[in-house]
Design a protein around this ligand. Structure first.
Ligand code: CA
Length: 230
């Protein structure tokens, strides 16, 4: 998908020009909004294929826009966060952002993230199929069976549940809080050590080299990401 409509919400003219040039060069049509008010207006006329969202805007917080958007749309949102604001990043992901980039970032990095997000959005309609393959890993959702290189892998119910949550959001970063809520329930949102243990189990059972995982990736200080193409 190289002709996507991208709404770029960014008030810094230098960053806006940088992102605009990078995405236009990749064949996308970029519309710019410099404030929250402009962005809200341009979000529906017409609805873009993807939003690149800066969090610090002159008339408010980009998260407000994101939370509103998520009440009616699942369109992909890439958040641009300032360096050293780890907490902003996590908050944005919890609010429904699909991915984030920390400033400063390179043209190649930006183009690759956007490409991956558009590909995922296009594939989202395939999510109904019961058999999912990731390299040598095969997950049969209908029969709750997992195979690696054709051999059955025995997972505990928690391990299976965690794997399902990760693969149903393949490519996307899930925060510790999101994963804990999905797998263990809302009362366990602070128990991130559970995740370390169970992701470790999954890596041992599914990765060729658990110390160099290709699918079950750690996003340092934030959460985990399942990479479909390892
Ligand atoms: Ca800003």
């Amino acid at each position: 998908m190289s002709d996507a409509r991208v709404l770029l919400v960014e008030d810094d003219p230098h960053i806006a020009r940088f992102v605009d040039n990078a995405l236009s060069a990749a064949g996308h049509a970029v519309t710019l909004a410099g404030t929250l008010a402009q962005a809200t207006e341009r979000l529906t006329d017409p609805v873009p294929d993807l939003v690149v969202l800066d969090l610090g805007l002159p008339d408010g917080d980009g998260l407000t826009l994101l939370r509103n958007l998520r009440t009616w749309s699942s369109l992909p949102v890439l958040v641009l966060s300032a360096r050293a604001h780890e907490h902003d990043k996590i908050e944005a992901l919890d609010a429904g952002a699909d991915d984030y980039l920390t400033k400063p970032f390179s043209v190649g990095e930006l183009q690759a993230r956007v490409r991956a997000m558009l590909r995922r959005a296009q594939r989202a309609s395939d999510d109904g199929r019961p058999l999912r393959r990731f390299g040598s890993i095969e997950v049969d959702l209908a029969h709750r069976q997992v195979r690696k290189g054709g051999e059955p892998v025995r997972l505990t119910p928690i391990e299976y549940q965690l794997l399902c949550v990760l693969i149903s959001h393949a490519g996307r970063v899930l925060t510790h809080r999101q994963l804990l809520k999905e797998v263990w329930g809302p009362g366990h949102a602070d128990h991130s050590h559970y995740l370390r243990v169970y992701v470790g189990h999954l890596r041992h059972k599914l990765e060729d080299d658990p110390t160099q995982p290709r699918h079950l990736l750690t996003e340092l200080g934030v959460g985990y990401r399942f990479a479909s193409e390892g």
